[in-house]
Design a protein around this ligand. Structure first.
Ligand code: NOJ
Length: 732
């Protein structure tokens, strides 16, 4: 009997407890509720201090990026909003997350971010190279691989893509974006956002994207990093905004504010850009994170006297999260109490951060499930994508007398500092990439030519310095071979952040090595690996063929060797102009028209670049038809379709990229000599003809944008251009 009573009491207690618990489960913890309701509910429960903590980002784990050294954060507050996560193992994340979930009053999960720029462990080519593939679908797939590897390792958010239009190769960060053209940056930016975020951020294999560096960082004076930029409002809208507008429309949930001072107001304190455009005009409902230290740097930029004023300026301008400044955690609450920051703005900022956390599903799945490295890294399908992207990024710059592919040769000398380097092929921002994962050029050649061609190797010289003691050995190898492959280029750390260079030339020793090898009288094939466009004017004269291989990531060796052997037909085309000389910078294809086209040339060098935007050779030949238009006279609202056919007239199957440009010769605001508006890549078998088409959006493609961001379409003549073909359209 006693037993029975105890049991009844126990079940009554349990029922009441469950009922009470159910009743008390706060709405924000109920996954069935709409996100906005959950955000509002959670916000209503937060104290001022808890709100402020959500707006800070510290670091966690090992950080070996010399530019971003910070004190290790050992004692992470349970209420912290976000952490940059340097470890590749979810354990540490999960420990800190446990603290946040269990030790903080409201159990708000931490958001873990990281620089996953061109791959996480499966490192694929740098972004500048990716754009040379003109294959956004492939880039999307590569970003999906990066997202899967990162998310399964404890990273929820990547600080990528960088979509800063960059026209100065001296700027080290030119490697991180998609080149000199606004449209190209927009298309590849969108592709990467789609790859990273997919349709459902909470599916465990996706990460939040971050468009950076908002905005105009690529315009840094003379290619020096972190410096002033002078950007007129019209240029801002015309050149720098389009990739961001496209990225926001594609659903990127975050943006990063830029380091650069824009006409006197740094990107990180710029209300017009961060609030008026992004939040009010584009209705972005995610958040903006500052770049590392960008808020406190408002002091060195001369617009804030101390960290408190810097916090106030950045926050009021529209930067919601403080990345490693210790400005918001120390001063924001005080600024609110003093009325210098409104509570309304604070609430809005917190809501933006929480919204992203809810979308990522962090409240339901705060912990990263344990998995073995081999379950998440370097999967066969991931490597295939990396290899394909490396292949399609290679640009053949020169091929005199069909020096390539290598046929009828039995012995090849492989020379140069890049030949056996795996480290430098990965470029900057390699995330968790490992040099030992990379297939070197030499290893690729060994795989490709096994038992067919004998390979001789001599390094010749280092990347820089003056030691020519290896030249003799290299020349001997070249003399006894049928052809010489010279692997030159830049060390990985010569590009990326804080890696500006005064010249695009390779160090003299590398040019001297080629001059020496030339003495052997054998065909000289140059493989050029770099994180920027190069000045190749002298090297070009010394070579028979040149392949720009960029920094191809871990899977470059085999496809590069495949191009040399002729197994693969190169199809990459430049996403950035290669100047004739560094002194031509800034030089880019979509420049404005000159007042005197017959004059104003350089007196000492040609005024044209060595290799223009869109340039790239193939082993086959393509013949273009004239451009056909669906109408030659159109009015607003009409549909206009342009078409060309391209015939593969050579002896090898090959992919061709058709770039569609427009030109508006007379306009209220002068327009560039031509502007890319569409591109398409298709595989064309030998003898086959393919049709390429461009559906012109009259307002978007023919129209122009003014300094207020308004788009106009004027009546008059316009041109559609493809290669050397052009056709006129009249808009009524
Ligand atoms: C500084 C860089 O400018 C930015 O691109 C990067 O995402 C952050 N540091 C975080 O590492």
């Amino acid at each position: 009997m006693k037993k029975k009573i105890t049991l009844i009491c126990l079940s009554i207690f349990l029922c009441t407890a469950t009922f009470a618990q159910k009743k008390e489960t706060p709405l924000y913890k109920d996954a069935k509720q709409p996100i906005e309701k959950r955000v509002d509910d959670l916000l209503s429960r937060m104290t001022l201090e808890e709100k402020v903590m959500q707006l800070n980002q510290f670091t966690l784990g090992r950080n070996d990026n010399a530019n971003n050294m910070a004190d290790p954060v050992n004692d992470i507050p349970a209420e912290i909003g976000s952490l940059i996560y340097f470890s590749s193992n979810p354990d540490l994340r999960n420990q800190v997350q446990k603290k946040a979930m269990e030790k903080s009053r409201l159990g708000i999960p931490v958001l873990f971010g990281y620089d996953v720029i061109h791959g996480y462990r499966t490192v694929y080519p740098i972004s500048l190279a990716q754009a040379c593939s003109w294959n956004p679908e492939l880039v999307k797939q590569a970003c999906a691989v990066a997202a899967q590897e990162a998310r399964m390792s404890g990273v929820d958010w990547t600080f990528s893509p960088m979509i800063d239009v960059a026209r100065d190769g001296r700027w080290g960060r030119v490697s991180e974006g998609y080149g000199e053209d606004p449209y190209t940056n927009a298309v590849f930016g969108v592709a990467s956002v789609q790859g990273y975020q997919g349709d459902d951020l909470s599916d465990g294999k996706k990460v939040a994207a971050c468009l950076k560096h908002y905005i105009g960082y690529g315009a840094s004076e003379a290619g020096r990093d972190y410096v002033y930029t002078e950007i007129s409002r019209q240029t801002l809208w015309d050149t720098y905004m389009p990739p961001y507008e496209a990225g926001v429309k594609a659903g990127a949930v975050t943006l990063m504010s830029s380091f650069n001072d824009i006409n006197g107001t740094p990107g990180t304190a710029n209300h017009y850009i961060l609030t008026e455009i992004l939040k009010e005009r584009w209705q972005h409902d995610g958040f903006v994170v500052s770049d590392w230290g960008a808020i406190q740097q408002l002091r060195s930029q001369g617009v804030a006297k101390d960290k408190k004023e810097a916090a106030m300026k950045a926050f009021n301008a529209g930067v919601e999260m403080d990345m490693m400044n210790q400005c918001y955690d120390n001063h924001l609450a005080e600024l609110v109490k003093e009325g210098k920051v409104s509570e309304e703005l604070l609430n809005d900022a917190v809501k933006r951060v929480l919204r992203v956390k809810f979308r990522l599903g962090l409240f339901e799945t705060p912990y990263t499930p344990a998995s073995k490295e081999k379950e998440r890294f370097l999967l066969p399908q991931s490597l295939k994508i990396a290899e394909q992207l490396a292949e399609e990024s290679v640009v053949m710059l020169k091929n005199n007398n069909n020096a390539l592919p290598l046929t009828g040769v039995s012995k090849v000398a492989v020379v140069g500092p890049m030949a056996k380097s795996n480290w430098h092929l990965l470029g900057s921002w390699r995330a968790q990439g490992k040099a030992e994962d990379a297939v070197t050029v030499f290893a690729g050649l060994e795989n490709e030519f096994k038992n067919k061609i004998q390979l001789l190797y001599a390094q010749g010289c280092d990347f820089d310095g003056e030691d020519k003691s290896g030249f003799d050995e290299a020349l001997t190898a070249a003399k006894s071979a049928d052809a010489v492959i010279v692997c030159l280029g830049e060390k990985a750390q010569w590009s990326g952040e804080n890696a500006s260079r005064s010249t695009l030339s390779l160090p003299q020793i590398q040019e001297d090595l080629v001059t020496e090898l030339k003495k052997a009288g054998k065909p000289v094939i140059l493989l050029l690996s770099s994180g920027r466009p190069l000045e190749l004017t002298r090297l070009e004269k010394l070579s028979n063929a040149m392949l720009q291989i960029w920094q191809p990531g871990i899977a470059g060796g085999n496809p590069i060797a495949g191009i040399l052997s002729g197994r693969i037909n190169p199809s990459g085309k430049l996403s950035i102009t290669f100047p004739y000389a560094t002194g031509q910078i800034p030089i880019y294809y979509n420049h404005r028209q000159s007042a005197r086209t017959h004059q104003g040339k350089y007196q000492d060098i040609p005024s044209t670049p060595l290799y223009e935007f869109g340039y790239g050779l193939s082993y086959t030949t393509f013949e273009y038809s004239d451009i056909k238009l669906s109408a030659h006279k159109v009015k607003r609202g009409d549909k206009l379709i342009a078409e060309v056919t391209v015939k593969n007239t050579g002896n090898m199957d090959g992919a061709e990229v058709v770039h569609w440009f427009v030109r508006d010769p007379v306009s209220t605001i002068s327009r560039p000599v031509k502007e890319l508006k569409h591109f398409e890549k298709q595989m064309i078998k030998k003898g086959e003809t393919k049709t390429f088409s461009f559906e012109v959006d009259l307002i978007q493609d023919f129209g122009f944008i003014d300094g207020e961001g308004k788009r106009f379409l004027e009546s008059g003549e316009y041109y559609v251009l493809v290669k050397d073909k052009k056709v006129m359209v009249e808009v009524e």
